[in-house]
Design a protein around this ligand. Structure first.
Ligand code: NAD
Ligand code: DAU
Length: 335
């Protein structure tokens, strides 16, 4: 039996990962460590954890607290590290928790993994590479130099560097994955796709930053998490793997127009652009496909959005309590 410690397992991607593990690896044991910030929600792990009914233990705590982290890491066979402050716009208002969780928290986990000789997988982002020119056709590879733009992406870049240093200097058995923009169920409604869906569902106008020409490389959260599982089980120690679904470029305006079409909604408004807004992301995931045989299962964004819209329609009780406060934050920023 494998015992995983999943940090940030009450957040969007971490919770979907726990559901995937309980379904695909029902004999594994999963312990979640999560601080339950505004982005964490115990309800994300509620109910049958997966069709196969595996169990998930929940520990409420901070990854930056060494006294909490030490015994949990010692008891695990592997750490899968999702916990982070994850929203770029919030990092522009107050970078403090980003430095504390993404850098200090990762450091504390790495020290515990080193002390107890525990396998470590670090979940990171394509944003560490900076951005690409719109229309250029180029993609980020694992050897693209780091060039992060926002406090969020700078702290994620720093955490990747910490992991690499622990591999090289201390021989830690660690891997890193850098993934593009995820969508799917349980994503916090501050993020682009669920914000627009829930705006339409509550009668608010969808909001597009600036001209909406920016390109994101959308991937379904289950495809991301299947790749994380592949890397955890078969990835080479010390290696980094890019994760991306290799979709044609689609800009924010086109994604928003597709959501409006699928929901029968009319019109949207342009709002203040994000300062330092990254223009285009595109991931080359050839290494992951070649070495581990991973392939995305959701290759049609339109179909993935139909499912995602249906999920938000059916789960108003999950997102409605956070809607007013989320929109108030945006209103204060003119967005
Ligand atoms: P999220 O904001 O939905 O969830 C983050 C979770 O971490 C929450 O449950 C929160 O309570 C928890 N957390 C925050 N600070 C903590 C702390 N100090 N101690 C313990 N728990 C803490 O984030 P997400 O979108 O699920 O992203 C998960 C990971 O994936 C992050 O590391 C992010 O950088 C990375 N990532 C996200 C995307 C994306 O599109 N969302 C893409 C690539 C990589
Ligand atoms: O690329 C991976 C990253 O994707 C992850 O590392 C981050 O954790 C995750 O939040 C996401 O970052 P983005 O900043 O790309 O995602 P967000 O959903 O905030 O915005 C997607 C795009 O949509 C971006 O170009 C900004 C734009 N946008 C966003 C919001 C919230 C709008 O046009 N309107 C909006 O209301």
């Amino acid at each position: 039996m494998t015992h995983l410690l999943v940090t940030g397992g009450a957040g969007f991607i971490g919770a979907n990962f726990c559901r995937l593990i309980t379904s695909l690896r029902p004999d594994w044991r999963v312990t979640v460590l999560d601080k339950l910030t505004y982005a964490g929600n115990r309800a994300n792990l509620a109910g049958p954890a997966g069709p196969a009914g595996g169990s998930v233990e929940f520990i409420h705590g901070d990854i930056a607290d060494a006294a909490t982290v030490g015994p949990l890491v010692a008891a695990a066979d592997a750490v899968v590290h999702f916990a982070a402050e994850s929203h770029n716009d919030n990092s522009l208002t107050d970078p403090t928790p980003f430095v504390q969780t993404n850098l200090v928290g990762t450091f504390v986990l790495l020290e515990a993994a080193r002390a107890h000789g525990v396998r470590f997988h670090h979940v990171s982002t394509d944003e560490v590479f900076g951005d690409l020119e719109i229309g250029a056709g180029t993609k980020f590879t694992e050897s693209t130099p780091y060039n992060p733009s926002s406090p969020y992406s700078a702290t994620k870049a720093g955490s990747d560097h910490l992991v690499r240093a622990w591999v090289r200097s201390f021989g830690l058995d660690a891997t890193i994955s850098n993934c593009s923009n995820n969508y799917g169920p349980y994503q916090h409604i501050e993020k682009f796709i669920p914000r627009q869906i829930t705006n339409i569902l509550t009668g608010l106008t969808p909001k597009l930053y600036g001209t909406g020409e920016q390109v994101r490389d959308w991937i379904h959260v289950d495809d991301h998490n299947r790749a994380v599982l592949d890397i955890l089980e078969r990835g080479r120690g010390g290696e980094t793997y890019n994760i991306g679904a290799d979709q044609p470029d689609i800009n924010n305006k086109q994604v928003l127009e597709l959501i409006c079409e699928l929901m029968g909604a009319d019109g949207y408004e342009h709002v203040a652009d994000r300062p330092g807004h990254d223009q285009r992301y595109a991931m080359d995931a050839a290494k992951l496909r070649r070495e581990l045989g991973w392939q995305p299962q959701f290759t049609d964004l339109r179909a993935g959005l139909v499912d995602t819209i249906a999920w938000y329609r059916a789960n108003e009780h999950w997102w409605l309590p956070a809607k007013q406060a989320t929109e108030a934050k945006y209103a204060a920023r003119g967005q």
